[in-house]
Design a protein around this ligand. Structure first.
Ligand code: M6R
Length: 606
C-alpha cells in the first residue's frame, strides 16, 4: 500500500507535501516522511505513527526547498520504525519513495552489498535508491537510469526519485500500483491518487503500467519501457478540494453509518431513468447477453458479491460465482461458459481485484466495475462502470460503500432479469418499489443505536463471538464478524447457521456470544432451530431480527430489531446493526475506530 507524493516548482513544497500526505493517510499510517532538496542538500524528516507526528516533527524542524517527496507507509518489509520509514536516501545522492513490493529485493540487496553499497533499512524499497546511484555513477541520463532500474526490479511499484545529480527533476515510474502526475500553473506534482493533488491542481496525467516519467516544474515527459516517448493526455478530475471532515460526529465511521440513508438514496437516484425505468448505463442488449457472471472482490466487497449471488441467481436466473480476487487468477480458473466478470471495489484500487479483472479481460470476458471512486484503476480498466454514490468513505472499515454496493447489485439483478424477460413489467415495478423504500427503512434501522449499547458493553470483555445467518444473511454474518474483528480486535467468526452442526458447534461453550440474524423469510424455522442448538449448549443468544418475527424466540438474552421489510431487502437492513455493534464495541474498548491497527483503506499490494 503506502501513499507517495512529490512536488517541484513550488516556493517551499513541504506544506503541500504534508497536506497531500494527510489526504493519502488512508493508504497506511505506520510511519511517514518527507525529503526536500534545498540548495543541493537533502533535508529529511521521518516519524513513526500517523501524519500528525510528522507534522509535529516538521513544525519543530521546518523544511525548505522547492523540490521534495513524501510518503505514508503501510509496512510490508521491515518493521515499523523511523529507520524503515520512507523516504530512503542512498549515498547522500538519491532519495526515493515507493509504494508496492520489490519481490527480488533480497538478491539485489546481496549484489549491492557485495559492491560496497551501504544499505540502512530493512525495507525492500531502499534498493531502488541504490540502483539509481549505481546508474548515475555509470554516467546514465535520468531516462536511461530509470530504464535500467525498472528492468532490474520485479514486483509492483509506484516510485518517485530525486537526485543531486539532476536537481531540477523528479523521476516517477509505475507497474501495477497507481500513480498520477499533476500539472499546476507553476509546478508539477506526483501523487498516488488525484485526491492527494486536489489542492494544487485538477489537471492530471495517469501513468499507464510500465510508464515512467521525467517530471520538471514546467514539463512532463512520459516514456515506455523501451525508452520511446509517449503522450498521455491530461484529464480534469473532479476531486473535492476540501479536506473531508467529521461533520460533528466522533468518528468518520459514525458519520458514514449515519450517511447511509442518503448514500443509498443518491445511488438509487443515479440509476433511475425516466418513467421509473432502471438506467444503469449498460444497454439492455448487453445485460440480456450476460450468460453468467464471475464476481471478483476482496473483504467487505467480497461479501457484497456473496449477497448478490443470491439475488442474481434467484431473480435473473443466471449462474454467478464469487471469487476472492487474491485467489482467482492464481487458481487458473476455467472461465469458459461465462461471458462476464464483475469487479466490486469501494476504492477501485485493490491490487488483488485489479489483477483479477485484468485476468478476466485477458480471457475475453466482458468486464464491469462496481466502484465508489470513478477515477480509479479498476474503473479505468473495465469495459463498463457502475458507480456507487456513497461519497468519499474515510473510515477504514467499510460501511456506507457496502450498503451502496448492495443497492446497485439488487438493481442490477432486476435489470438483468428484465433484459432477459425473467421478470414481467409488474414484478420489475414491484421490486424497484421495494428498493425505493430502502432510504427510509435504513433511517429507521439507525434507531437501533440505543438498543445495541448494552450488547456492546457485554462484548467488550469477551474473547470470541460467533455470527450466524442463513441464505442472503449468511454473508451479513461474515460481514458482522469482519467488522467486529477489524474494529475491536475481538476474535469473531461468521457461519452459515446450518453449517454449525458440521463442526463449528464444538466452539460453543458457556456464555459464548452467538449473534443470530433472523429475517422474516422462508428459512426462519431453520434459523430458530440452529440458534436453539447453540443456546442449549450454553451460548448467549443475541438476536438481530425483523421486528415482525423478533418475538419468535424466547431464549435470546438481547434482541435488536430491524424494521419489517420484504425479505429481499434484509441483507441491506441487517448490515446496519452489525456495523453499529462493531462501532460501539470499539468505542467501549477504546480502539482506534477510523484507523484500526495494521490496516489501510486501500490495499495496493498482493
Ligand atoms: O476498496 P475495496 O472494496 O476493494 O477494498 C476491499 C477490502 O480491502 C475492504 O473491503 C476491507 O475488507 C475493509 N477494511 C472492510 O471494512
Amino acid at each position: 500500500m503506502c501513499g507517495i507524493v512529490g512536488a517541484i516548482g513550488l516556493g517551499n513544497c513541504s506544506p503541500m507535501l504534508l497536506d497531500s500526505l494527510k489526504r493519502l493517510e488512508y493508504r497506511g499510517y505506520d510511519s511517514s516522511g518527507i525529503v526536500t532538496s534545498d540548495a543541493g542538500e537533502f533535508e529529511l524528516r521521518r516519524s513513526v505513527g500517523k501524519i500528525k507526528n510528522l507534522e509535529e516533527t516538521v513544525n519543530e524542524k521546518p523544511l525548505s526547498g522547492s523540490i521534495g517527496l513524501g510518503h505514508t507507509r503501510w509496512a510490508t518489509h521491515g518493521g515499523v520504525s523511523e529507520r524503515n520509514a520512507h523516504p530512503h536516501i542512498a549515498a547522500d545522492r538519491v532519495a526515493i519513495v515507493h509504494n508496492g513490493i520489490i519481490e527480488n529485493y533480497e538478491s539485489i540487496k546481496a549484489k549491492l552489498h557485495a559492491k560496497g553499497y551501504n544499505i540502512l533499512s530493512d525495507t525492500d524499497s531502499e534498493v531502488i535508491a541504490h540502483l539509481f546511484v549505481e546508474a548515475f555513477e555509470a554516467g546514465l541520463t535520468p531516462s536511461e537510469a530509470t530504464r535500467r532500474v525498472t528492468s532490474e526490479i520485479d514486483g509492483a511499484y509506484a516510485f518517485a526519485a530525486i537526485s543531486k545529480d539532476f536537481p531540477n527533476l523528479i523521476i516517477a515510474a509505475r507497474n501495477s500500483s497507481p500513480l498520477a502526475i499533476g500539472l499546476g500553473d507553476t509546478g508539477s506534482f506526483i501523487g498516488s491518487d488525484a485526491i492527494a493533488l486536489a489542492p494544487v491542481t485538477r489537471r492530471v496525467i495517469y501513468l499507464k503500467d510500465l510508464d515512467y516519467a521525467i517530471v520538471r516544474a514546467d514539463a512532463v515527459q512520459v516514456f515506455r519501457p523501451d525508452g520511446s516517448e509517449t503522450k498521455r493526455e491530461p484529464v480534469i478530475v473532479s476531486a473535492s478540494l476540501a479536506l473531508i471532515n467529521k461533520g460533528g460526529y466522533r468518528h468518520f465511521m459514525e458519520k458514514e453509518i449515519y450517511e447511509q440513508p442518503d448514500s443509498i438514496a443518491n445511488t438509487i437516484r443515479a440509476f433511475s431513468g425516466v418513467n421509473g425505468k432502471i438506467a444503469l448505463g449498460v444497454s439492455s442488449r448487453t445485460l440480456g447477453n450476460i450468460n453468467g457472471i464471475v464476481m471478483l472482490a476482496a473483504g467487505t466487497s467480497y461479501f457484497a458479491s456473496l449477497v448478490a449471488r443470491y439475488w442474481i441467481e434467484r431473480i435473473a436466473k443466471i449462474p454467478v460465482s464469487c471469487e476472492l480476487a487474491s485467489e482467482f487468477h492464481y487458481r487458473e480458473p476455467v472461465t469458459s461458459g461465462i461471458n462476464t466478470a464483475l469487479a466490486i471495489s469501494q476504492s477501485g484500487e485493490s491490487l488483488d481485484t485489479l489483477k483479477a479483472i485484468n485476468f478476466a479481460a485477458e480471457r475475453n470476458l466482458s468486464t464491469i466495475a462496481l466502484v465508489n471512486v470513478l477515477d480509479s484503476s479498476i474503473a479505468r480498466d473495465s469495459d463498463f462502470v457502475l458507480e456507487t454514490k456513497a461519497g468519499p468513505e474515510i473510515g477504514v472499515a467499510s460501511t456506507k460503500a457496502f450498503t451502496a454496493q448492495l443497492t446497485v447489485l439488487i438493481t442490477l439483478a432486476v435489470a438483468i432479469a428484465e433484459a432477459k424477460n425473467e421478470l414481467h413489467e409488474l414484478q420489475v415495478k414491484k421490486t424497484l418499489g421495494q428498493i425505493k423504500l430502502l432510504p427510509g427503512l435504513v433511517a429507521k434501522t439507525l434507531d437501533a443505536f440505543e438498543s445495541i449499547k448494552p450488547v456492546a458493553g457485554e462484548l467488550k470483555s469477551v474473547q470470541s463471538v460467533l455470527f450466524l445467518g442463513r441464505g442472503p444473511l449468511f454473508p451479513i454474518a461474515l460481514e458482522g464478524a469482519l467488522k467486529l474483528k477489524e474494529l475491536s480486535y475481538i476474535h469473531a467468526e461468521g457461519f452459515a447457521a446450518g453449517e454449525m452442526k458440521h463442526g463449528p458447534i464444538a466452539l460453543i461453550e458457556e456464555k459464548l456470544p452467538v449473534i443470530g440474524l433472523l429475517a422474516n423469510d422462508n428459512l426462519i424455522g431453520k434459523v430458530i432451530s440452529n440458534l436453539k442448538e447453540a443456546n442449549s449448549r450454553g451460548g448467549t443468544i443475541i438476536l438481530i431480527a425483523d421486528e415482525k418475527v423478533a418475538n419468535s424466540i424466547d431464549f435470546a438474552s438481547y434482541v435488536i430489531t430491524v424494521p419489517a421489510s420484504d425479505p429481499v431487502l434484509a441483507p441491506i437492513l441487517f448490515s446496519v446493526p452489525v456495523q453499529i455493534l462493531a462501532y460501539l464495541t470499539a468505542l467501549d474498548k477504546g480502539t482506534d475506530v477510523d484507523q484500526p491497527r495494521n490496516l489501510a483503506k486501500s490495499v495496493t499490494v498482493e
